[in-house]
Design a protein around this ligand. Structure first.
Ligand code: FE2
Ligand code: FE2
Length: 181
């Protein structure tokens, strides 16, 4: 049976596949801008919108309820990483617009933000998989894991005007197929 933390680890697998594509794109002097825009969209709607929402609205509050601090320690570090990630994505999006308007020098800023995001998230996912989620597994009862997973599923299904999780995975599959033929 899947646990709530395994549900999040499965998302991590997809986010890491997207990061591989991101790193590959930065090797190009003339990138496909539509792909860059699609990446920003997948991060905003899937990695941040869906995955980080499950962590911030459900996992972390339950951990705090079980005695973890919100202001210092592992949960606070994770929240800080999420905020830093949003800044990198903002930097990507802003510079993609400039680049589309003909500002060639914006490409370097797109790539700096892309690689900044990639490094941050690889590190972040490593900390969650190896430290934070293992702490949660120890702290939660199996009933708590079960109800958390149920709540995750509700979040996954209740997102209005957004694609479903499998649609985002299909988008990542498509990009991965293009860059890792
Ligand atoms: Fe996270
Ligand atoms: Fe995560």
């Amino acid at each position: 049976m899947t646990t709530a933390t395994q549900n999040l680890e499965n998302d991590h697998v997809q986010i890491l596949r997207l990061i591989e594509v991101m790193e590959r794109i930065t090797k190009s002097a003339d990138p496909n801008v539509e792909h860059l825009e699609l990446i920003v969209r997948i991060i905003r709607e899937f990695a941040d919108g869906l995955h980080h929402a499950k962590e911030e609205q459900l996992l972390f509050p339950l951990m705090v309820k079980k005695g973890f601090s919100n202001e210092s320690g592992p949960v606070a570090v994770m929240l800080h990483d999420h905020a830093e990630g949003r800044n990198f994505v903002k930097g990507m999006a802003e510079n993609i617009s400039l680049y589309k308007q003909g500002e060639a020098s914006a490409l370097k800023a797109i790539y700096n933000n892309t690689l900044g995001y990639a490094d941050l998230l690889k590190n972040h996912i490593h900390k969650e998989n190896n430290v934070l989620f293992r702490m949660a597994d120890k702290a939660f009862t199996s009933a708590e894991q079960e109800s958390l997973l149920l709540d995750f599923t509700k979040v996954e299904l209740s997102r209005e005007n957004q694609q479903s999780k499998s649609d985002y995975i299909a988008m990542i599959d498509k990009l991965s197929g293009i860059y890792f033929r």
